[in-house]
Write a protein that binds this ligand. Structure first.
Ligand SMILES: [Zn+2]
Ligand SMILES: [Zn+2]
Length: 211
């Protein structure tokens, strides 16, 4: 008799080699990839400042009475993500401090690149045993997705089909299936279920993108 353990993040059943973990290996790899995508001079975080309007914030009519609401356009969302108190940096910083605390360490260098490297270095530990692994994985995915949205940097993983999974409410999921070459898996963007890799669809999608 075996108990069926599930990944606390995507709820997929854990495989034998993943027994006892909080998160499955696919979610761990997604998190590691997210940290890689955010970091570096060409990464998503660095691209945020370029996503602000080139004309700068001081252009346009100003109201002294403050009666008119500023439009919540792309710039407001970019500024949110760049905010030192609530933005991407702050989110990663609080997780790094939290992980270090659990490991009995103290964070010396709070720079963004160091945080990305530190979290990536310990991501296997966190996916194995951090009690709030699912919260971290969800929050990181959200930050990466928001950065992609405002910078216009599309996810490079090709769409290879539509998810046919029947959801608990008996409707079909219908989410985009994305193939990730790094993990060699196909996963639904909506319900996060992995699907068997359809090589013909992957080849066709890659050829389409290259064209
Ligand atoms: Zn998972
Ligand atoms: Zn789905």
């Amino acid at each position: 008799m075996t108990t069926l353990n599930r990944c606390t993040s995507c709820r997929a059943a854990l495989r034998v080699e993943e027994t006892g973990r909080q998160g499955c290996l696919a979610c761990q790899q997604t998190a590691a990839q997210g940290l890689r995508d955010l970091s570096g001079r060409t990464g998503l975080y660095a691209a945020l400042s370029g996503a602000l309007a080139p004309s700068g914030p001081a252009v346009g009519p100003r109201t002294s009475g403050g009666a008119s609401e500023p439009s919540l356009g792309c710039d407001a969302r970019v500024l949110d993500l760049m905010s030192p108190t609530t933005g991407v940096h702050a989110v990663l910083l609080s997780w790094t401090v939290d992980w270090y605390r659990l490991m009995g360490l103290r964070l010396q260098d709070p720079r963004f690149e160091t945080l990305c490297r530190t979290l990536a270095f310990h991501v296997d530990w966190a996916a194995r045993q951090h009690p709030a692994w699912a919260d971290f994985a969800t929050e990181l995915r959200r930050q990466v997705a928001l950065c992609r949205e405002v910078t216009g940097q599309a996810d490079r993983r090709p769409t290879v089909g539509t998810c046919r999974r029947i959801l608990p409410d008996r409707t079909e999921c219908g989410g985009d299936l994305r193939y990730d070459p790094e993990t060699v898996t196909t996963r639904c963007r909506a319900c996060r279920t992995t699907a068997p890799v359809d090589w013909r669809a992957v080849r066709a999608a890659v050829t389409r993108t290259a064209a």
